[in-house]
Design a protein around this ligand. Structure first.
Ligand code: PLP
Length: 500
C-alpha cells in the first residue's frame, strides 16, 4: 500500500516514509491510495477478538511494509494491560439505544493516548526502515492534552528524545502538573512566556531553521513531529470504531450488519475522520455526527459548504476543541472530490490567503449524506453534564458533554431514535474536575485542583483514576521557562545533555 499527497501527484510514499516524514513536501497530507475492505464475515470473526488482535488486523492492512510480527509487537506493547487496566476502549452501555465509547483509560486519561501510545513505536520502526540511523528529536507545542500524552508515549523509547513547549499561562494547573512531573530519561519540558500561538510559531520556526537542522545532523539527530496530521496518529484511531461495533454486536445490543451513529466531539477533525475511514472500509455507519463547541466553524461548513476561519475565537470549557482550522478536514475533501488534488490544493491556498473557501454542490451533497453537524454553548454543556449525572448516573467530561448535547439536538431534528448511538467519550471527567464540579453544583468550587478531584469523587461516588491520584505526590522535575525568542536555545541545550 502506498501513500500520496492530498495536494499533488508527486512523491508516492511507503507507510514508513509517510510516518517518518509527517507532512508531504508540498504541504499536503499523506493519504492511503486505497481503503482495504472489511466484510461482514470478517466483522463477525472480530467479535471474538481482543482489542489488540483487532488493532493488529486493521493496522497490518495499511502498514504493508511492516511484517505482521512487527505490527503485532507494536500493538502488544502499546496497549499493554498495565497501561490500559480497563482495556483500551471499553464501551459503556447507558441504555438500550445509547452507549459511550470511553477512550480515556490510558496513562494520561485522554483519548490522545490511543494514538500516542503506539506512534513512537511505529515511528522508530519506520525510521529504521528508511535506513535512518539518526536519533529523532520530537518537538511538540501543546495547549494541553497532546503534550502529556506525547511525553508519556515517548518516555524512554530508544532512539528518541522529546521536548514539549507549552504556554506558561495557557494550560490548566492539572495539565501543567502532569507535564512537569513526567518521568523518563529522554523527556524535556519547557514553559514559554507567551500564548499558544507564540509557542506553536516558535516550534514551526525551529523546524524550518536550516542552521538548526545542520547542527542536529552533526550530532546524529533529526527533527520529527508527533502532530495530529501524521498518518501514524490517525491510523490507530480507525481501530476503536471497529472495536466498539464488534463489542456491541457481541453483546447483542446491535444486530450484525445494522448501522449505528457515531457522535464525535471534534477539534482538528482527526477522530471523526477515522470514523469516516472505518465506514469507507465497510463498517455499518448511518450518520457521523460532528459535535462542536462555540467555535462552530465545522458546523457551518458541514451544513453550508463554506469554511470561514475569519471569526472570533472563543475560549471554552472544552479547550481541546477550541480550534478554527481543522487540519484533517483536507483529507476528507480529497476523498469526496474523488482524489482531486488540484481542487484541494486550491481550497487550501484560499484558506491560507483569505481565510475561507467554498466547496461545490456535489461535495456538499455528499457531506450532507454522511454527516450531521451541531454545536452547543458552555452553559448547554454544563446542563448536559448535570442532567446526565442526575438522571442516568453517568459522569462525563466537558468534551463528551458537548457530544451528548449535540446528539440530543440530532434526535430533535431528525427523530432518528431507532439507530443505535455511540457517543465518543474523549477525556476522564477528573481531568477537568473544577469545571465538572461547577456544572454539578452550579457554582465554581473553592480550593485547588486536587481538592476539586476529591470533592468530585465524594459527590459522585466514582473512583479517581490512578494516574490523577498519583499526581499529587509526584515531584516536579521541570520548572524552567523561557522567552519565546529563547526556544531555539532551549533546543540546543538538550542536544548536549546525556539524560536528565
Ligand atoms: C484532541 C481532543 C478532542 C478533539 O479531537 P480531534 O481529533 O482533534 O477532532 C476532543 N476531546 C479531547 C478531550 C481531546 O483531547
Amino acid at each position: 500500500m502506498n501513500y500520496q499527497s492530498t495536494r499533488s501527484r508527486t512523491g508516492k510514499a511507503t507507510s514508513a516514509q509517510a510516518i517518518s516524514q509527517g507532512l508531504c513536501g508540498d504541504g499536503g497530507l499523506f493519504v492511503p491510495e486505497q481503503f482495504p475492505a472489511v466484510g461482514e464475515e470478517e466483522l463477525a470473526l472480530m467479535e471474538n477478538e481482543s482489542y489488540r488482535q483487532r488493532a493488529a488486523r486493521i493496522l497490518s492492512r495499511y502498514l504493508t511494509d511492516f511484517t505482521v510480527e512487527e505490527v503485532r509487537e507494536c500493538v502488544e506493547l502499546a496497549y499493554r494491560p498495565d497501561r490500559f487496566p480497563e482495556g483500551p476502549a471499553p464501551v459503556f452501555q447507558l441504555d438500550q439505544n445509547v452507549s459511550y465509547l470511553e477512550l480515556w483509560h490510558g496513562p494520561t486519561c485522554a483519548f490522545k493516548d490511543m494514538a500516542l501510545q503506539i506512534l513512537p513505536l511505529l515511528l522508530t520502526r519506520s525510521l529504521k526502515k528508511i535506513r535512518s540511523d539518526r536519533e529523532a528529536l520530537i518537538l511538540v507545542a501543546t495547549s494541553g492534552d497532546t503534550g502529556k500524552a506525547a511525553l508519556e508515549g515517548f518516555q524512554d523509547v530508544e532512539g528518541t528524545r522529546i521536548l514539549v513547549f507549552y504556554p506558561k499561562d495557557g494550560v490548566s494547573p492539572m495539565q501543567e502538573r502532569q507535564m512537569r512531573t513526567q518521568s523518563g530519561g529522554n523527556v524535556f519540558v519547557c514553559a514559554v512566556e507567551g500564548n499558544f500561538d507564540d509557542t506553536q510559531t516558535g516550534v514551526k520556526r525551529i523546524f524550518g531553521d536550516a542552521e538548526m537542522r545542520e547542527l542536529l545532523a552533526k550530532k546524529g539527530m533529526m527533527f520529527s513531529s508527533a502532530n495530529s496530521i501524521n498518518w501514524g496518529r490517525l491510523l490507530p484511531q480507525i481501530v476503536y470504531y471497529f472495536s466498539a461495533y464488534c463489542d456491541l454486536c457481541a453483546g447483542h445490543s446491535v444486530q450484525r450488519g445494522a448501522p449505528v451513529n457515531f457522535i464525535v466531539p471534534t477539534g482538528n477533525f482527526g477522530d471523526i475522520l477515522a470514523a469516516y475511514y472505518a465506514k469507507k472500509m465497510g463498517l455499518p455507519v448511518h450518520k457521523l455526527i460532528c459535535a462542536s463547541n462555540a467555535n462552530n466553524v465545522l458546523t457551518e461548513f458541514l451544513t453550508m459548504g463554506k469554511y470561514n476561519r475569519n471569526r472570533e475565537f472563543y475560549t471554552t470549557i472544552s479547550p481541546s476543541m477550541d480550534i478554527l482550522v481543522s487540519s484533517n478536514l483536507e483529507r476528507l475533501l480529497y476523498d469526496l472530490t474523488d482524489q482531486n488534488d488540484e481542487k484541494v490544493a486550491d481550497w487550501m491556498r484560499r484558506l491560507n490567503e483569505t481565510g475561507e473557501y467554498q466547496v461545490d454542490e456535489a461535495v456538499l451533497s455528499k457531506i450532507r449524506e454522511l454527516f450531521y453537524a451541531g454545536f452547543c454553548s458552555d452553559d448547554e454543556t454544563r446542563e448536559e453534564i448535570k442532567s446526565l449525572f442526575a438522571n442516568q448516573n453517568y459522569l462525563c467530561d466537558p468534551h463528551t458533554g458537548v457530544a451528548a448535547r449535540v446528539y440530543e439536538k440530532y434526535l430533535r431534528d431528525t427523530g432518528d431514535s431507532k439507530t443505535p448511538a455511540v457517543i465518543v467519550s474523549t477525556a476522564s471527567p477528573y481531568k477537568f474536575a473544577p469545571e465538572v464540579l461547577r456544572a454539578l453544583e452550579d457554582h465554581a468550587p473553592a480550593g485547588d485542583e486536587f481538592q476539586a478531584v476529591s470533592r468530585l469523587s465524594q459527590l459522585t461516588a466514582t473512583r479517581v483514576p490512578a494516574p490523577i491520584a498519583a499526581l499529587e505526590s509526584k515531584t516536579v522535575r521541570f520548572s524552567s521557562s523561557c522567552k519565546k525568542e529563547e526556544m531555539g536555545a532551549a533546543v540546543l541545550k538538550i542536544l548536549d545533555s546525556e539524560s536528565v
